[in-house]
Design a protein around this ligand. Structure first.
Ligand code: 8YV
Length: 321
């Protein structure tokens, strides 16, 4: 069949997703999984009707202007879409879809892993063990920050923030949140709304950053805001690296102002600020929020559901523009 739409798939997809997209589309795959720069992206898109992309490719206004006329849609394999200039896409009549809902739980799990890993010094413990340096148990070895009963401040109470709140309840934490708007009570997950972000910082034993990257959230956690946190607080970021001022966070981890940080995302990833690697109180993961087989399959299928709808003349369920 030659009438199936031609789809550029910018990164290697999980096998189940590849199978379905090869069945339903003529797919131009990226066998080597290298990240395309903008010239490669534009060249690879030649003749394609849609692009299944990831957050590793940047679709700026300039790139979108250079895309071939044939491109009707960008389906991103991510819930975050700060890598796509949706205004420029809309202006060119290119539809953009993302993958909400299906990665909520796996990302909240990783946020909690970061919280626990940072608080309980998981990396230091494992490294000591693997290096053969564990000489035995002692009453004062690797003492961490107690989690149960502590106050957690969630910044950004969208789907993932709410899922973090649900998990925190299981740890008997007292959960507060800051959001642009107060949520209806049945969506608050038992958390207390704080209209003033800075006031919330003042009472947080733990901070979980869960809002999307945007010009408004850029460097949200800066030196001034870190200073407002109680001494010994723990910071968790499973959202985007750009919401943290790295200089400020690194200084606070070095000085002991903060007990620890658990990070899954970084500015300029995969090239994170190298100083993080030297900090024993930084628990670091390589952007694994959505990395389960079930979630990655579901994300790929969601991209295809959206494209299937578009090519069948229906409204894509997760259309952003
Ligand atoms: C994606 C993510 O898997 O969905 C997001 O926004 O951050 C990740 O879970 C990754 O960005 C690949 O597109």
């Amino acid at each position: 069949m030659t009438d199936r739409p031609l789809l550029l798939v910018t990164r290697r997809m999980p096998p189940a997703v590849t199978e379905r997209l090869q069945r339903d589309y003529r797919a131009r795959l990226n066998e080597t999984d290298e990240v395309y720069d903008s010239d490669r992206l534009v060249a690879q898109a030649e003749g394609c009707e849609a692009i299944l992309c990831c957050s590793s490719e940047k679709f700026s206004a300039e790139v979108i202007a250079r895309l071939p006329e044939s491109v009707r849609a960008l389906a991103t394999f991510s819930v975050g879409y700060e890598h796509i200039d949706t205004t420029a896409a809309k202006a060119r009549g290119i539809r953009v879809t993302n993958t909400p809902d299906v990665l909520t739980d796996s990302t909240a799990d990783i946020a909690f892993l970061c919280l626990l890993g940072a608080a309980r010094r998981a990396w230091e413990g494992e490294s000591m063990l693997r290096a053969g340096e564990w000489v035995g148990w002692s009453t004062t070895q690797l003492l961490g920050v107690h989690v149960t009963g502590k106050r957690l401040g969630i910044f950004g109470m969208g789907r993932i923030g709410r899922a973090v709140a649900r998990r925190a309840r299981g740890f008997d934490m007292e959960v507060h949140y800051h959001n642009r708007r107060r949520l209806p009570a049945d969506q608050e997950e038992g958390a207390t709304y704080q209209a003033d972000a800075d006031a919330l910082l003042g009472i947080c034993d733990f901070v979980s950053l869960n809002f999307p990257a945007s010009p408004e959230t850029e460097n949200f956690l800066n030196a001034e805001r870190i200073a407002k946190l109680p001494d010994g607080a723990v910071v968790v970021n499973s959202a985007r690296g750009t919401v943290i001022d790295d200089d400020a966070l690194i200084a606070a981890l070095k000085s002991g102002k903060l007990a620890a940080a658990g990070l899954d995302v970084y500015r300029g990833e995969p090239r994170l600020d190298p100083r993080y690697r030297e900090l024993p109180n930084a628990f670091l993961l390589p952007h694994m929020g959505s990395a389960t087989v079930e979630t990655r399959d579901a994300m790929g299928f969601k991209c295809l559901d959206n494209l299937d709808a578009l090519f069948a003349g229906r409204e894509p369920p997760d259309a952003l523009v």
